[in-house]
Design a protein around this ligand. Sequence first.
Ligand code: FAD
Ligand code: 2HG
Ligand code: ZN
Length: 457
Amino acid sequence: MTLIEDLKAIVGENAYRTDPDDLLPHVTEWRGVVHGQTPILLLPADTSEVVRIVRCCAAAGTAIVPQGGNTGMCAGAVPDESGTQVVLSLARMNAIRSVDRDNYSMIVEAGCILQNIQDAARKAGRHFPLSLGAEGSCQIGGNLSTNAGGINVIRYGTARSQLLGLEVVLADGTIVNSLRALRKDTAGYDLKQLFVGSEGTLGIITAAALKLYPDPGETRTMLVSLPSSGDAVKLLGLMRDSLGDKIEAFELVSDFVFSLVEKHVANTRLPFRQRSPWYVLTDVTPGSSTDALETTLQRAVDARVINDAIVAKNETESAAMWRLRHSITEGEKAEGKALKHDISVPLSAMQEFLLRGEALIESLAPGSQLVAFGHVGDGNLHYNVMLPHSFKDGEAVTAGIYTLATELGGSFSAEHGVGRLKSKYLPQYRTESEVALMKTLKKALDPANILNPGKVI
Ligand code: FAD
Ligand code: 2HG
Ligand code: ZN
């Protein structure tokens, strides 16, 4: 039998696709920026089928591209153009194996959709805080493989912080089972964390033990308008002084970005009568400190750090505010192609980045439109740029932004990973010894380079 026939036999009828129309969404990056090819998409039902697929591909020297919801931003989940790489989708491995209320944990398969995990936690009276715009289609395996961030990192950390244990299949088919739901465990190297953020290049995640939290209580959503972007950091400082860690989300959005959403996404409207250049959308759980919240807002108005603030009166108003935020990627895509930059800097350098960044873009590509928004409370901004039509190449702009972030002690890749689109920048913006160690790890775990080759390093 040929390899493809062997692979079909492992997963069985109805659990593979070879028809080009069926394959198209799985070989195309969701923005349509990258197109690849594959002979087959496999949909294994369980870990033992993943093991058999990996062994079969390893014997044939055939590359495997693990795929979750294919919502990633760096084309990490699509195969190259060779037409030889097999795509392994985790979509059918989507069971919530168990929820342990007392231990504040759950065990899920890698193909679980993020929103289903949040819902299952809520049903059990618990909270799973990872939340992002693609939560209706991205999978927890993809979230862990990219170390996803999203809107609640300021309080709970990234996907990495939500992980208690992992089951992973290595490049030779070995299962490493560390599905222990423990908050404390210092027995040897913390192997599970090696696979977080490794974008399918070191192993295939098949299941995870996740951390749950108590229900954070009543959440207040506020949309605040600001005279300048730098005021966001001042506002965050004031809020932290009075509310401590009760800030669940703190997102910065420019007026231009919201105008793109209003233009392209139905039923979206900014609730302010008077527009400002920048806004912060924030969720807080003040508990008994509602007075502190009001005093803080008044203090911010007096210090001219904010222009105005609207506090959502109910769930519907809160959802409408968050819909504006979660529709940004869609609004930007509808307007046209943007150069995507996903940078971070220390909060103390954020104001300088914002000031120097605008000037830099204007000097390198005059007439560009800056699509700036993101998780400013984490020091992470989506600093996307729409070039004027006369500009065919944005390389200098991208290099300028990455260099500025690096100079200020930041990262060129804060949240979305490296994948295929950013792999050429890794050697430039990480030290030689860091890259060398990454290569050593890759070689040790995947000597034949069959797991997602061409991605990350
Ligand atoms: P995929 O795109 O399928 O895969 C991503 C990478 O992980 C690939 O390299 C793939 O090979 C690998 N992979 C997938 N599953 C596995 C597995 N089981 N084992 C090993 N490797 C695997 N990201 C954020 O961090 N924060 C945001 O706020 C955010 N907002 C978004 C909003 C929108 C509208 C969209 C479209 C995307 C957004 N993203 C965001 C990006 C994306 O949703 C995340 O990167 C997400 O974690 C990817 O999950 P996925 O299941 O789609 O993974
Ligand atoms: C977000 O924060 C995502 O909304 C997407 O990370 C960012 O579209 C983008 O550039
Ligand atoms: Zn983001």
